[in-house]
Design a protein around this ligand. Structure first.
Ligand code: HEC
Ligand code: HEC
Length: 287
């Protein structure tokens, strides 16, 4: 497997550290199906774009079979069928991983927006392979959701080739919270103010303002820096993130992936809260 080499290099570079790591029994030491299931069905919520939605939520027996996610002047984006019933079954693990992390298919073509590649480029090697392991064994669905149309030029790539991304130690830490809120759950993709080139991570991280149009009308991703979040207790914040319910009991609007975030562990949710509370307090960006 592709990741073996990098893991061996890491192991030989830090044998002492590696032994201590194994001794602690820390989760995430290597790709596993369980980890992949947790990420894809939990915080990463790939199905929020890739699973067909009916009036009552995700359509049964159509998990990850593809659907139209966004139609605007710039594009009609149709999230592909990524079950083994699609062409990805013919791709190697490495090719599927590259498509997910870098947005490049085996034939060299570029996967268009709104899949958040700017952040997915930071998915660790082990988490990426765990996701691939999970995708390989979901039920194959024979479904063609159709072809996206992009009226805007797509970039030749979303950045230089990603060689390797090291594992971030799991725990209720700022570092792991940042990893979850970024490359895994892409909270910051939706909640960072958009500029001409996409989310302005450098200057408007978490400042909000992006509008989502859908059957629900219009929802706006709010500021999730301390400027706005300071008013909420940790429990209230958790209720909004993992249950989609406001402190006053009101249900929140799509497309935030509440159903997927609900499957997040207490520890991971706490790491995200810790991270959000540490962000520089920015003013609401408005629209
Ligand atoms: C915000 C929506 C969104 C999210 C979240 C998302 N995707 Fe996608 N994905 C898309 C769209 C749209 C396309 C097709 C784009 C195109 O036609 O160029 C796509 C394409 C793909 C492809 C290429 C398939 C092919 O046959 O070309 C793969 C593989 C993929 N996604 C995997 C994933 C995985 C795994 C996750 C979760 C870690 C994920 N996606 C999360 C929207 C999304
Ligand atoms: C696909 C886009 C999307 C993603 C991904 C997303 N959100 Fe949201 N979020 C929204 C939208 C839209 C709203 C507003 C919902 C409403 O108005 O009812 C929202 C609301 C919130 C709120 C309520 C803030 C307030 O004061 O009203 C919090 C907190 C929040 N999101 C945190 C997160 C966190 C943490 C993550 C990642 C684990 C995340 N969001 C992922 C789109 C997103």
């Amino acid at each position: 497997m592709r990741t073996t080499t990098s893991r061996l290099v890491r192991l030989s570079c830090g044998l002492v550290a590696a032994v201590a790591f194994l001794g602690m029994g820390t989760a995430g030491a290597e790709p596993t199906l369980e980890r992949g299931r947790y990420l894809v069905e939990g915080p990463a919520g790939c199905g929020n774009c890739h699973t067909p939605q009916g009036p009552d939520g995700p359509v049964a027996d159509m998990g990850l079979a593809g659907m139209m996610v966004e139609k605007n002047d710039m594009f009609t984006a149709i999230a592909s069928n990524i079950t083994p019933g699609s062409r990805v079954a013919d791709w190697t693990d490495e090719q599927l991983g590259r498509a997910i992390r870098e947005g490049i298919r085996p034939d060299g073509s570029i996967i268009g927006p709104p899949m958040p590649f700017g952040l997915y480029r930071g998915i660790s090697d082990d988490d990426l392979m765990s996701m691939v392991m999970y995708l390989r064994q979901v039920p194959a669905v024979d479904h063609d959701p159709g072809q996206s149309v992009y009226n805007i030029p797509l970039p030749p790539a979303y950045g230089p080739p990603v060689i390797s991304v090291a594992e971030v130690p799991h725990g209720v830490t700022l570092e792991y919270g940042a990893y979850l809120a970024g490359p895994i759950a892409h909270c910051t993709e939706c909640h960072t103010t958009f500029g001409p080139k996409g989310p302005m991570f450098d200057t408007h991280l978490g400042a909000g303002g992006f509008e989502f149009h859908g059957p629900w009308g219009v929802s706006v991703a709010p500021n999730i820096t301390p400027t706005r979040l300071a008013q909420y207790s940790d429990a209230e914040l958790d209720g909004m993130i993992r249950k989609g319910v406001r402190p006053d009991g009101a249900r929140m609007l799509p497309p935030m992936p509440y159903g997927y975030l609900a499957k997040m562990t207490d520890e991971d949710a706490a790491a995200i809260t810790l991270y959000l509370r540490s962000l520089p307090a920015l003013p609401d960006s408005g629209q």
